[in-house]
Design a protein around this ligand. Structure first.
Ligand code: TEU
Ligand code: CA
Length: 559
């Protein structure tokens, strides 16, 4: 397997709206990001992934783009962006941009043209169908609730939108559209960016024929995902994109792919196919979903997590490459979700970080994860901002669901959990803004903030720093072969990595109970060096039976 910079990197995701506000309007911006670059450099970050900063009416916080080649006014200007790229590069870091081309905004000039008439030259940039017996062309639901089709008066046809109705899906069957996208990509690549994260990129290939899905009992709409996820021409489009736009640049690509399987991921990411470098898979993010999807709450079973992550580690061992994440702007905070954000916030955040960063793949850190930021519980639905949350709330109300049940789902799974402002210090609004933030700040900012974390050697921040450093000094962390141990153990997640005769042993107590770990017979313990742990003074008891404290984690290097 080839060695490359993006395999050895740690990526940090910035959600610009919530990262740092420089001018007091309550909205994070590019100058704010620039002012915090030293913080990221000190953390050891190699690559920054910037969630969308393009012109957008912000129906979905920038994932609805009205101009792919300009900057959102609230975030600054193109000159600010150029300065950001420059400052990132000056510090020896790289910058990757979000590419959102499954859909545009309905305010994009292409769509404004397309909806004018059936024979408009841009009509075919989008997906239009006639109604079926006075109803939508298919019964598909949109990922944000309601129908995936919107009727457009002017021409009497429906357009497809897999997300909000302000996010019409682009028609990838149209070669003109594809060329526009590649041209736009090259325009950014020529500015010197270092790659793309591609939004729902495995949704771009739509079926030949639009057929109904099967609704769950009592529901009007059905999922159409079997028809558009990993669709018929997806590999052709990605290979074309690669040869037309990406292949002449040394950049990294990661495709966001709900519904991707390990087998498909091999195809998407294997070197010889020239598609993408990595994908974001979603299987591990669905392990705490009940049968009715993300809002249907179910506790995580550790055995499922071990089985799932191991399956991915093994599938992409020879072919392809994993991306490793527990957090992003669409997911609740991992420490609240899989750890204990009350009694063991610090210990469990460190354990989860260890579990992830010692696996084989490129780790992604989402802003605030490195200080152990937690979920929020706003009492009033008015304090939430996310379109997915708002639509869910309204739909549930209409169906007569009890308020407490709706709010509980939002508390546990809502996307705004990860979108509250970055907690920089203990001053009002946590140092994020001098004005009124666009979404409320997590009230725990006096206990959880970057300034205090940087001063405290025992903080989650310093632990991430160390994990990132270890990756740079031990090749085994990047390239070692993965193997799960104790697969049936109900409380421990233990695995090893091996490279050139060395072994890395990763021990994670996943719960808040003490438990024992027996040193495996096949591993010599005489030469075991403790590389990192979240508890003090436990080097001495490495032989034989190890007593693990709540959420304790240890990583040993055995030569
Ligand atoms: O998310 C894709 C996606 O599948 C989402 O529906 C995700 O599963 C959901 O937010 C979790 O409930 C991407 C972006 O990451 C997201 O922020 C956008 O809203 C979405 O695409 C549309 O662009
Ligand atoms: Ca601002």
């Amino acid at each position: 397997m080839d060695k490359t910079w993006w395999k050895e990197s740690v990526v940090y995701q910035i959600y610009p709206r919530s990262f740092m506000d420089s001018n007091g309007d309550g909205i994070g911006d590019l100058q704010g990001i620039i002012s915090r670059l030293d913080y990221l450099k000190n953390l050891g970050i190699d690559v920054i992934w910037l969630s969308p900063v393009y012109k957008s009416p912000n129906d979905d916080n920038g994932y609805d783009i009205s101009d792919y080649q300009d900057i959102m006014d609230e975030f600054g200007t193109m000159a600010d962006w150029e300065e950001l790229l420059d400052e990132v590069h000056k510090r020896g870091m790289k910058l990757i941009m979000d590419l959102v081309v499954n859909h545009s905004s309905d305010e994009h000039p292409w769509f404004a043209e397309a909806r004018k008439s059936k024979d408009n030259p841009y009509r075919d940039y989008y997906i239009w169908r006639e109604g079926k017996e006075g109803k939508e062309p298919t019964n598909w639901y949109s990922n944000f609730g309601g129908s995936a089709w919107e009727y457009d008066e002017a021409t009497g046809e429906y357009y497809l939108h897999l997300f909000s109705k302000k996010q019409p899906d682009l028609n990838w069957r149209n070669p003109k559209l594809r060329q526009e996208v590649y041209k736009m990509m090259k325009w950014w690549l020529d500015k010197g960016i270092d790659g793309f994260r591609m939004d729902v990129i495995n949704f771009i290939s739509k079926p030949d024929e639009f057929l109904d899905g099967v609704p769950k009992p009592g529901k009007k709409y059905a999922s159409g995902s079997q028809f558009y996820r990993n669709g018929l021409h997806i590999h052709d489009y990605l290979q074309e994109m690669n040869s037309e736009a990406l292949s002449s640049y040394d950049v990294m690509t990661v495709g966001e792919m709900p519904g991707v399987t390990p087998e498909l991921a091999q195809d998407y990411t294997s070197d010889e196919r020239n598609e993408l470098n990595m994908v974001f898979q979603f299987e591990h993010m669905g392990l705490d979903n009940g049968p009715n999807g993300k809002w249907d709450l179910k506790p995580l079973n550790l055995i499922d997590l071990k089985e799932n992550l191991t399956k991915w580690q093994i599938a992409l061992e020879e072919k392809g490459w994993n991306s490793l994440y527990f957090n992003n702007h669409d997911q609740p905070r991992a420490v609240s979700r899989f750890g204990d954000d009350k009694t063991y916030r610090v210990a469990s955040a460190k354990m989860l970080a260890t579990l992830l960063h010692m696996m084989k793949g490129t780790p992604y850190v989402y802003q605030g994860e490195e200080i152990g930021m937690t979920n929020i519980r706003f009492g009033d639905i008015e304090d939430y901002r996310d379109i997915e949350i708002m639509n869910f709330y309204q739909e549930q109300k209409e169906e007569g669901a009890p308020e407490e049940q709706i709010m509980e789902s939002i508390y546990v799974k809502g996307r705004d959990n990860s979108r509250t402002p970055m907690l920089w210090d203990g001053s009002p609004n946590a140092g994020f803004t001098s004005g009124t933030p666009w979404i409320k700040v997590n009230p725990n900012y006096k206990d959880v903030n970057a300034e205090d974390a940087q001063k405290d050697p025992g903080s989650v921040y310093h632990y991430y720093r160390k994990l990132i450093q270890l990756r740079k000094t031990h090749e085994i962390i990047v390239y070692g072969r993965y193997e799960l141990l104790l697969e049936a153990h109900p409380e421990l997640f233990v695995y090893k990595r091996t490279l050139n005769g060395d072994t890395l042993l990763v021990i994670c107590n996943f719960y808040g109970n003490e438990t024992e770990f027996e040193w495996p017979d096949h591993l010599p313990n005489s030469s075991a060096e403790l590389l990192i742990t979240n508890y003090e003074n436990n080097q001495s008891d490495k032989l034989g039976t190890i007593n693990l404290a709540p959420y304790e984690t240890r990583v040993y290097l055995i030569k």
